[in-house]
Structures are given as C-alpha cells and as structure tokens.
Write a protein that binds this ligand. Structure first.
Ligand code: URA
Length: 194
C-alpha cells in the first residue's frame, strides 16, 4: 500500500526503535508544506523542540526563520525535518545507532515529498545525507546531486549563534540556495521584497 503522511506520522509517534524514546517528551516529526520542493534537514530536537513537538522553535529556530526570510522563504514554503526525531539527552550529537534507527522515517518523508532541493543544516545532517566524510567548513555551500535531487549544506543556525563570524559565508550560501530555487523550482514563490 502507498505510504501516507498520516500513517508515517502515526508510526513515528509510536516509535521505540532506539533508546531515545525513553527520555522524550514529544516526537518531533517535522513541519511545513507537504508539497514543498525544498526540504531542510536538521540534526535532532533540542529542549524546546522536545517540549513543543515542533522542529527549530528555540533560538536556533528563530535564526533559521530570519535566514529563510532573507531569501524570500518561510515555513509555509519549505518542509523542515531532522535526522533523529527524538531529543538526544543534554543535546549531545545523535549516535550512529540512533541515526540508523530513525533514517527510515526521513527516507519515507523524502519519498512522500519528492523535493527538488535538500538543504542540510550542519555537519551531522550533511554527513548523514550527502556523504559520510562531508567537511562542513570546507564544503558548505557546494552543490551535490543524488538521484536527481540537488543537495547542499550550510552551517547549523546554532553554530552561527555561537560564532557570528561564520554569518557572511552563510549569507553567500543562502543566496546560492535562492538562485537554485529560482532556477529549478516551479511551485515555490519567493517573496519579492528582498
Ligand atoms: N537543532 C536541530 O538540529 N533541530 C531542531 O529541530 C532544533 C535544533
């Protein structure tokens, strides 16, 4: 039977595929337009996301919203998901075993969405999605093609909060994403006041 967003979400919310279910408050499935051409992938929920069940709602999320606005986008025009759907304790990096256990959900989200562009937010997502030896400092902003999908990675918004010196490079990467959206997306209207 064909997959559906409702079925996938239900399965994900009941998941006990790794130990993270024991400490979660909410599963953070993902949010946005289920017909989006652009998929943003973060690493995993933090404290605020775990409390609310929504990705990127803390300070990093506010910065992500500002970054989207800079290129004429917002949460209604993209889909936002994470590599792992449950919060790793103390915000540690998700373990490989946790990423592996959760990857089926992201694969199925991607299959339902069929995005034209995937933007990895930070090193963990880039390594999980683009290539295992991805080096974020050297390769952010570069474009890769996997199964006809254009993929890139930018610094994680939390890294930009810790180190504002990375922001100018990220602005260049965001403009490159904007140009790619204009080039290959057909259903995504960018706001014109940028
Ligand atoms: N950081 C992430 O990678 N994902 C979130 O949802 C929030 C913070």
């Amino acid at each position: 039977m064909a997959d559906s967003w409702a079925e996938l979400k239900k399965e994900c919310q009941q998941c006990r595929g790794c130990a993270l279910w024991e400490t979660r408050t909410h599963v953070v499935f993902g949010t946005g337009w289920e017909n989006a051409e652009i998929l943003l992938i973060g690493e995993g929920p933090g404290q605020h996301e775990d409390e609310q069940g929504v990705p990127f709602v803390g300070r990093a999320g506010e910065l992500l919203d500002d970054m989207l606005e800079m290129i004429g986008l917002d949460r209604t025009k993209v889909y936002i998901a994470n590599v792992v759907k449950c919060r790793p304790p103390q915000n540690r990096d998700p373990l490989n075993v946790e990423q592996d256990a959760c990857m089926g959900f992201l694969r199925r989200q991607t299959a339902l969405l069929r995005p034209r562009i995937i933007v990895c937010l930070g090193r963990i997502a880039a390594k999980a999605i683009i290539k295992a030896d991805f080096r974020i400092t050297a390769e952010h902003g570069q474009w890769f093609t996997r199964s006809g999908v254009q993929m890139t990675a930018i610094y994680h918004p939390a890294a930009l909060l810790r180190d504002p010196a990375k922001r100018p490079e990220t602005f260049v990467d965001l403009k490159s994403i904007q140009a790619k959206v204009q080039e290959i997306c057909t259903r995504t209207e960018l706001k014109r006041d940028w």
